[in-house]
Design a protein around this ligand. Structure first.
Ligand code: AMP
Ligand code: MG
Length: 539
């Protein structure tokens, strides 16, 4: 049967809201903050935005639900994705989850400012859940307001799409809308509350189910619900695992471990620091989820975290992310233990996945160097020395790897490379010229000599190496200061830079010489500016 012709493509979307159909909901329909027991979600409608204004949309995300750019520019699109209008087939709800925050069990958290609209089934039969972030109170809002400010919404919108184009698994962002309402935030929790423009991002993912969804049922002893949720997850997102049973639960856990480990390798590859790797911010699909006080490494520093809330412990620092991911996976293992009643297979899976992570991380670094494989005997020292070198003077990670591809060893026929010969090529990566002492240059020379030998052993031609390295080492990433510049302008009502960055970050591996000025290390003014080097959870 054909849909009536008067409906727009947006109104013709098909939904299959399986989460609400498969799982028990909260019988209480009032929208007030509470503990919700015996249910996976609560029905709730988004708050109305007084003067919605579309700032940006992602045409690639729109395409995933069969919408064109034209469709994104209609008044109906703006109303729907600001939360002002529900479409037929949508069934808005907020879900219940818990989590460990900074290593401590925090009890019920839940979608405190996220409202799921429904799962679209696109023309390829793929499922895309739509979720508004920042559209008002839900039963899970605890003491907060359910709203989001422009700055954090710009950061979520841009980074989601940038990560996708980098090839890093992530939730997506369809739209970024100003609500027209003000939101009060004390950005650094220091007694300086300020009114800021409110905004809503529409996110998309096959599902937004997190580790914390399993944890809350387990912690409360709601084991029937735990089983229902796990069965729902396997049936809907892991159907290849077959009928849910003990073997399928274990196979599923192994897949979650693998995809999470793979995500850590990908973050490592591009220099991304999530900032708040609490178990409620861990996607069951291994996606990057919940863009809060995240940051990108400018100078390579494994100890760095952008999150001011974590400034003492540095729990979520760059170099600690894989370890934390596995700590979180262990918590997920604990949560599903009642379905399995056997510790050993869970532990085995975790150990195997960690070994896989270590192997893949090493391989990824080899590939960043243009090598085909990681040969432990040849490469372990080479990699370790490089990691030490990158930290011994302030070295921009992105620029260093990108420029290393340009170092053409065929221009020097000496066995022992002199780094000075290549300094012009690499110089853009160094923050502090006075750190480039003769001692450092000597070390770099020695490393380049070993690297050259290794390349010769593999017989890789320069042109091919350059090409391969440019496919794995991005030229353009959403540096913290770039996002902040776009935010500063947006707060003045100028959204051009948001859309400009969205465009450039579509092709992070392409040269784009016309945008060369965005291929530059962090400027000095951004070194200690809030938003560029330090971010709080206030959003
Ligand atoms: P996060 O660590 O920022 O991902 O959030 C932790 C918990 O706080 C989640 O349950 C969020 O839904 C909730 N939350 C964060 N910000 C707000 C807000 N402005 N209003 C209501 N809930 C929030
Ligand atoms: Mg969160």
């Amino acid at each position: 049967m054909n849909a009536p012709p008067q409906l727009s493509p947006l109104e013709r979307l098909r939904y299959d809201n399986r989460f609400v159909n498969d799982l028990p909901g909260d019988p209480e329909t009032g929208n007030f903050t509470r503990q919700v027991y015996g249910a996976a979600y609560s029905r709730v409608n988004p708050a109305k935005a007084s003067h919605p204004q579309l700032i940006a949309y992602s045409r690639e995300a729109a395409e995933l639900i069969d919408l064109t750019e034209q469709d994104c520019q209609t008044p109906l699109f703006i109303q729907v994705f600001a939360g002002n209008k529900m479409l037929p087939g949508m069934a808005p709800y907020a879900s219940c989850y818990g989590g460990h925050q900074f290593g401590v069990w925090a009890g019920q958290l839940g979608d405190g400012r996220a409202i799921n609209l429904g799962d679209v089934i696109n023309s390829n039969g793929e499922r895309w859940a739509l979720q508004l972030k920042g559209s008002g109170l839900t039963p899970y809002s605890r003491t907060a307001d359910g709203l989001a400010v422009l700055r954090s919404s710009v950061r979520e919108f841009l980074c989601s799409e940038a990560m996708h184009h980098l090839g890093v698994p992530t939730t997506r962002a369809l739209s970024l809308t100003l609500t027209g309402d003000q939101v009060v935030r004390d950005m650094f929790y220091n007694g300086n509350p300020k009114a800021e423009p409110g905004a809503v991002v529409c996110r998309m993912a096959p599902t937004f189910i997190r580790f914390g969804h399993f944890q809350i049922f387990s912690a409360r002893g709601e084991f029937d619900l735990l089983k229902q949720l796990t069965d729902h997850t396997i049936n809907t997102y892991f159907p290849h695992l077959g009928q849910p049973n003990k073997a399928a639960y274990l196979a599923w856990y192994a897949e979650v471990c693998r995809s999470t480990a793979e995500l850590m390798v990908q973050w490592e590859r591009v220099g991304f620091v999530h900032g708040v790797m609490n178990t409620d911010n861990m996607s069951i699909l291994g996606l990057t989820i919940d863009y809060g006080p995240y940051g990108w490494l400018d100078n390579y520093d494994p100890d760095w975290t952008p999150n001011t809330t974590d400034r003492v412990e540095h729990r979520y620092r760059f170099g600690n992310q894989p370890g934390i991911a596995f700590w979180n996976l262990a918590q997920l293992g604990n949560a599903i233990y009642p379905l399995i009643n056997d510790v050993e297979p869970l532990q085995d899976i975790l150990h195997t996945a960690w070994a896989g992570y270590e192997r893949d991380s090493r391989l990824m670094l080899s590939q960043k160097l243009g090598l085909n494989a990681y040969e432990q005997i040849l490469d372990e020292i080479l990699q370790n020395q490089l990691i030490a070198l990158l930290q011994s003077v302030e070295t921009d990670m992105t620029i260093f790897f990108r420029q290393l591809a340009e170092v053409d060893f065929t221009t020097s026929n000496r066995e022992n490379i002199s780094a000075e010969h290549f300094m012009d090529t690499l110089t853009g990566a160094f923050y502090m010229p006075d750190q480039l002492t003769s001692g450092y240059v000597e070390q770099l020379s020695a490393w380049l000599s070993s690297y050259k030998q290794r390349l010769q052993a593999e017989g890789i031609r320069q042109e091919l190496r350059r090409e391969k390295m440019h496919r794995i080492n991005p030229k353009y990433v959403l540096r913290n200061y770039l996002a902040q510049m776009a935010i500063d302008k947006a707060e003045q009502g100028d959204f051009t830079m948001i859309n400009e960055l969205l465009g450039i970050l579509r092709q992070p591996y392409a040269e784009q010489p016309e945008h060369q000025h965005y291929y530059d290390k962090r400027p000095e003014w951004a070194r200690s500016r809030p938003g560029c080097s330090m971010l709080s959870c206030s959003s």
